[in-house]
Design a protein around this ligand. Structure first.
Ligand SMILES: [Zn+2]
Ligand SMILES: [Zn+2]
Length: 852
């Protein structure tokens, strides 16, 4: 490379220049109204919690989204690419405790700091639709939705056992309990407490949430599977066993207490039931223990074991214990008497809190019956005779035996038949159960959306009238570590006139789970300033569903189920017409360092600011895309960032070297620098080879943006292209490549870089004499004729083993390929004196010779 071109690539000069230009032109990244006539594209990255610092996971997430947004702008789409802040939550309260900074101030200053980092990274967001969830103009709509859902019966209050984190001093949703500990405090054990809580009736949508997954083909299969499991649908039958009166046959069948309703997915095995088992909390158990102090002590022990297992987070692994109650139940199908047990592994909140135990055909029941010596009666004969001696036999591939007149029915037939009989006899019915529970949204925290309900002694629960919204959080509050809601200690907030009777009343002091905020924020982006409604339905209809949502797989169940639920509720309120929020979902891998997740405690955190300072934002972003496929974990290596930075330096030197020449071909007058040429290094066929590589690269990157998203290989392809251009440098400089082709190469290289290294691309675009912003320049189109290889490599096998690779013209026919294969040097040596009995030619792919 010529000495006079050894200028230095200096991102610290280039990047601030463009940051300032972009900041002064908000239209650059602004979404246009529907009337613009372009097709729309809504690309969205999950909004961050404003901790004050972006981490590398954010950088990766946003680099993917920003590359896609920029590509779509260049493809001519009307792009919506917004950003906002999931700004409520506990850390602000902790910070208030620690530094005595009010949560609002702390949060807003963190937002400002992170926004500066995002601008430094060159992320193309439309800040006109920024959403900050902790501001009243946003959370008033959480309250508005709460009231609409309350009116529809989708919000209710009930006393329930809740997960309580002593550290957070608040209730956690089941999803926020990980292995018995708090999701934020990984070593803090979660307790169970009884509290009156507000719930969203998400179970009303359980079936639709499940069915909808089948249609979400643009979502990763693993996310859909996780949601299916979380919803946990099982089909079965509820059947009543009858309680036998002590000493004297069946009790009066009219009264409630005579029935023990069990849920089973295998009613076909009911003739094999050898006990009925109750959860320790079951209502009948209290009745039994009332007159039996010994049984009471035993049941209390079972309860304690269950509580411990629940706290340890592993109910499935509980060591199974049970006690017989001395009572009996009667099988409604054949009148058989079976003993009633209480067992620690039966859960009051699953199914009916009672099961029938069929040891011959259920693992868990088999284990229990073996331990306590209960009878084991086989009632299913396997189809496969080899299985007939193996118990428990849990498959449904069999037919009934020992089951009275139902013998020989298949399991499926028997299930249907026995359900019909239960319905006809009024002792049972088909039943679908879900593992999904209603969403407990009450939090005893300050920094969240106040629940818009007033408690009046006279009128009961009174919704805050719409015109009194928002219920605003008090500005001054003392955050302490006392339990309970901080709002309950602010009399000006709590004491209020009842909207109905005008008497003295009290505000609800619970605030909403912050997952409420993130359940619908992406609708607000489309109409962020609306003061009359959460958003304009027409505008939302234009933008929704989101075309591409990008975020971490850790949100596969919480956020992504809640926001699907919210979408369905809004649809039923008539606000939107889409059933699902996002057409496509992409979950990027984690950023790790030295094999572990970056964390302060491990001391392996790499700060984005440090990387940008050393190598520039372009190199940092491009490395985040290049170092691993986007869906895999990325092990951060600073050497790699340095390497990308050196590569960008090469592109910069190469382009700026030819830029004056190119500008002159476009008519610019003025001097032109001397280009060196060294005839020794001239690349033969430089022009067709350069164009072929260029058009192949355009085709590859365009295809990747359409769905494969192998951005790491896209960056690698650009690197290969640059390598070839460098090797053709002498040909280009000495007139071996036409001015038009040099221009084509340099311009398109710059366009291809634009989604990945936006600052450098903008700078080079200007160097090349272009005045229109690169973002408004159409994405290059690959010419398939130019991209076509003129020669192909064909592997030649002898008896299925690769022997030689020969080159043939890309359009060679079978005969020509065969001739080329037979002419191969190694092939000739190996076939000399032998007979070729068969020649298999797959055009464009391979040749196989069968030789004897
Ligand atoms: Zn906690
Ligand atoms: Zn009242």
């Amino acid at each position: 490379m010529a000495e006079e071109n050894e200028k230095r690539y200096d991102p610290s000069a280039i990047e601030p220049k463009w940051q300032a230009l972009w900041a002064s032109d908000p239209k650059m990244y602004a979404a246009e109204p529907a009337s613009c006539g372009k097709p729309k594209y809504y690309v969205l990255e999950m909004l961050p919690y404003p901790s004050g610092q972006l981490h590398m996971g954010h950088v990766r997430n946003y680099s993917i989204g920003d590359a896609l947004a920029r590509h779509q702008w260049m493809r001519g789409y009307n792009v919506m690419h917004p950003m906002g802040w999931d700004a409520f939550g506990l850390p602000a309260e902790n910070a208030a405790l620690k530094n005595n900074t009010p949560p609002r101030e702390w949060t807003l200053s963190n937002i400002a700091a992170m926004k500066r980092q995002m601008e430094r990274l060159g992320l193309g967001y439309d800040w006109a639709c920024e959403v900050t969830t902790c501001l009243p103009e946003y959370y008033r709509w959480n309250q508005w939705f709460f009231l609409r859902m309350y009116e529809k019966g989708l919000v209710y209050r009930k006393k329930s056992k809740v997960n309580w984190c002593p550290e957070c001093a608040t209730v956690l949703a089941n999803e926020q309990v990980v292995d018995g500990c708090c999701w934020r405090h990984e070593t803090t054990q979660v307790d169970q407490r009884d509290l009156v809580q507000w719930f969203f009736r998400i179970t009303a949508y359980a079936q639709e949430l499940l069915d909808g997954l089948d249609k979400l083909e643009g979502w990763p299969e693993k996310v859909r599977t996780m949601q299916r499991n979380w919803i946990g649908r099982s089909e079965g039958t509820e059947v009543d066993f009858f309680l036998e009166e002590q000493g004297s046959g069946v009790r009066d069948q009219g009264s409630e207490k005579t029935r023990i309703r069990v849920f089973t997915t295998r009613v076909d095995t009911i003739f094999g039931a050898t006990s009925v088992q109750l959860a320790p909390q079951h209502a009948l158990v209290a009745e039994f223990t009332a007159t039996d102090p010994k049984l009471k002590t035993q049941v209390d022990e079972l309860l304690e074991q269950q509580k411990k297992a629940r706290e340890a987070g592993d109910l499935g692994a509980i060591e199974k214990h049970g006690v017989p109650t001395g009572r009996f139940a009667v099988n409604p199908y054949n009148g058989a008497r079976v003993p009633i047990w209480v067992a620690n592994y039966i859960l009051a909140d699953y199914g009916t809190g009672a099961i029938m135990s069929v040891p011959a055909h259920d693992e868990r029941d088999f284990e229990f019956a073996t331990k306590y010596n209960l009878p084991i009666v086989q009632v299913i004969k396997p189809v496969d005779p080899a299985m007939s001696q193996v118990l428990p036999f849990c498959s449904e591939e069999g037919s009934l035996i020992n089951s009275c007149e139902y013998d020989r029915l298949s399991c499926a037939e028997a299930q249907k038949k026995l359900q019909e009989i239960a319905v006809r006899g009024y002792f049972g019915e088909p039943k679908v159960t879900f593992r999904l529970k209603d969403w407990g949204v009450s939090r005893q925290r300050f920094w969240g959306t106040p629940i818009p309900i007033i408690h009046c002694e006279k009128c009961g629960l009174v919704p805050v009238p719409d015109e009194q919204l928002p219920v605003v959080l008090p500005a001054q509050i003392e955050i302490t570590q006392q339990g309970g809601s901080p709002l309950s200690r602010v009399p000006e907030f709590v004491n209020v006139a009842c909207p109905k009777c005008g008497g003295a009343a009290k505000r609800e002091t619970d605030t909403m789970d912050t997952f409420v905020d993130s359940s619908w924020y992406f609708y607000r982006y489309t109409d962020a300033k609306n003061a009359k409604a959460p958003f304009d339905p027409k505008t939302a209809q234009y933008w929704f569903p989101i075309d591409q949502y990008i975020g971490g797989v850790e949100h596969a169940i919480l956020h992504l189920i809640y926001s699907r639920f919210w979408t369905k509720v809004m649809r039923d309120l008539g606000l939107i017409v889409n059933d699902e929020p996002a057409r496509r979902l992409f979950t990027q891998g984690m950023v790790i360092k030295d094999g572990a997740k970056m964390s302060k405690s491990k001391g392996n955190v790499v700060s984005p600011d440090e990387m940008i300072g050393k190598y520039g934002a372009d190199a940092t972003r491009m490395y985040a895309l290049f170092a691993a496929p986007p869906d895999r974990d990325l092990d951060w290596q600073e050497d790699g960032v340095a390497g990308v930075s050196r590569f960008l330096g090469r592109v910069w030197r190469l382009t700026t070297k030819y830029a004056p020449w190119i500008r002159r071909t476009k008519g610019e007058k003025g001097s032109i620098l001397l280009l060196h040429s060294d005839p020794q290094n001239v690349l033969p066929d430089a022009e067709p080879r350069l164009r072929r590589k260029l058009h192949q690269t355009i085709a590859k990157i365009t295809q990747d943006f359409e769905g494969r998203w192998h951005f790491n290989t896209c960056v690698a392809a650009i690197m290969e292209l640059v390598n070839l251009v460098q090797s053709a440098d002498c040909s280009m400089a000495s007139g071996g490549v036409s001015d038009a082709v040099i221009t084509e190469i340099m311009e398109n290289l710059t366009l291809l870089l634009a989604p990945f290294a936006p600052f450098l691309a903008a700078e080079l675009w200007e160097e090349l004499g272009e005045e229109e912003p690169i973002l408004r320049t159409p994405w290059p189109v690959s010419d398939p004729e130019l991209a076509k290889e003129d020669e192909l490599e064909i592997p030649v096998q002898i008896n299925g083993k690769l022997v030689e690779v020969v080159r043939v013209a890309a359009d060679a026919d079978v005969k020509a390929i065969e001739a080329a294969a037979l002419a191969g040097e190694k092939i000739q040596a190996r076939t000399a004196g032998k007979t070729i009995v068969k020649r298999i030619v797959v055009p464009g792919k391979l040749v196989n010779l069968v030789v004897k």
